[in-house]
Design a protein around this ligand. Structure first.
Ligand code: FES
Length: 347
């Protein structure tokens, strides 16, 4: 039977199904608890059971000793509730709370989403997980070359894989290999999570998200997280691309707007192609935002895309009243990571 768990300090509450760990249930419902290995070995997920009881049906985890048990400490990646619980545990709400790791991973699946966009699912070793906040990015480490930075496109409640959207860059050594010769099961080394592009959930302001091309990727992660946690502020996504064929997951935000009353979606084409049959917004995506929201003084804006576009967006939006501290982007951080970043998240 499902049990209810309440976190003492925040009052956050979630439900744990049969044979589900406290951690799995928390992440599934968008409550981010700290973790590392997810198999009982590292101790990162430790907290205290203030009221109620837990059991370890798959054996006592190695990182838990008798002293911990006496002190009512539990490893939430392994613990199963046997009653309703009140627990004390640190919740993760800022990038600084998360350990940056370098890990091997396997390219599990490759999927062509558009003529120049590939979706890759990376699988981490069984004993390792990478905890991240929706919207953060990783670096792919390549011998003798600068690392390549890519946003994580999925939300942390589903971290068995790391999803990336990679756009083909003309003349780009790395993307050329990814598009033309890389096979599933290829091994990579990655480092992450990195960046501070994540949803500020403590803000009361309505949210505007602006993605350029594959800049949609981290926004997808942020929105999936927001839907999982029941984030209830209005959210409006603007996705700017050249032509209709570049809206590589167009049906997904359309579906979200049917399912979530607080979400709306506006795709914007800068150069519609003959035959696109487009009656929606055209031109620069940033101008489309201003047309609808000429006064941004009460909003939070999240923007992901090529650095030039993000810079232009920042300048335009602040001229329209946006508080500069309420503008969030990872584009500049990206640019600092590696010169070769040029073009990686562009449309
Ligand atoms: S996450 Fe490592 S022990 Fe729970």
């Amino acid at each position: 039977m499902p049990y209810s768990v309440t976190i003492k300090s925040s009052g956050h509450r979630f439900t744990v199904e049969d044979d589900e760990s406290v951690l799995d249930a928390a992440l599934r419902q968008g409550v981010i608890l700290p973790y590392g290995c997810r198999n009982g070995a590292c101790g990162s997920c430790m907290g205290t059971v203030a009221t109620g009881t837990v059991a370890y049906p798959h054996g006592m985890p190695p990182a838990l000793n008798d002293e911990d048990l006496d002190a009512q400490r539990a490893l939430f990646c392994q613990a199963r509730p046997t009653s309703d619980l009140e627990i004390a545990v640190r919740e993760v709400d800022a990038a600084r709370d998360i350990e940056v790791k370098t890990l091997p991973c396997r390219v599990e699946k490759l999927e062509h989403l558009a003529h120049d966009v590939i979706r890759i699912y990376l699988r981490l070793p069984e004993s390792e997980r990478m905890q991240f906040l929706a919207g953060q990015y990783i670096e792919v480490l390549i011998r003798d070359h600068e690392p390549r930075a890519f946003s994580i496109a999925n939300a942390p409640q589903d971290d068995a894989f790391i999803e990336l959207h990679i756009r083909y860059v003309e003349g780009g050594l790395f993307t050329d290999q990814v598009f033309h010769s890389m096979k599933e099961k290829t091994m990579w080394r990655i480092r992450g999570p990195l960046g501070t592009f994540f949803l500020r959930e403590d803000s009361d302001r309505p949210v505007i998200l602006v993605g350029g091309g594959t800049g949609f990727a981290p926004i997808k992660g942020i929105l999936e997280h927001a839907f999982a946690t029941g984030f209830d502020k209005p959210m409006h996504l603007y996705w700017g691309v050249r032509a209709r064929r570049d809206l590589y997951l167009d049906e997904l935000p359309r579906q979200w707007s049917r399912e979530h009353g607080n979400f709306s979606y506006t795709p914007v084409l800068s150069e519609p192609m003959p035959g696109d049959d487009w009656s929606g917004d055209t031109g620069y995506v940033t101008n489309a935002v201003i047309k609808r929201y000429p006064d941004l003084s009460g909003h939070d804006v999240y923007m992901s895309g090529p650095p030039v576009m993000v810079q232009a967006g920042h300048d335009l939006f602040t001229r329209h009243g946006l508080d500069s501290t309420r503008f969030f982007s990872d584009a500049f951080e990206y640019a600092a990571v590696a010169e070769s970043i040029k073009g990686l998240q562009q449309d």
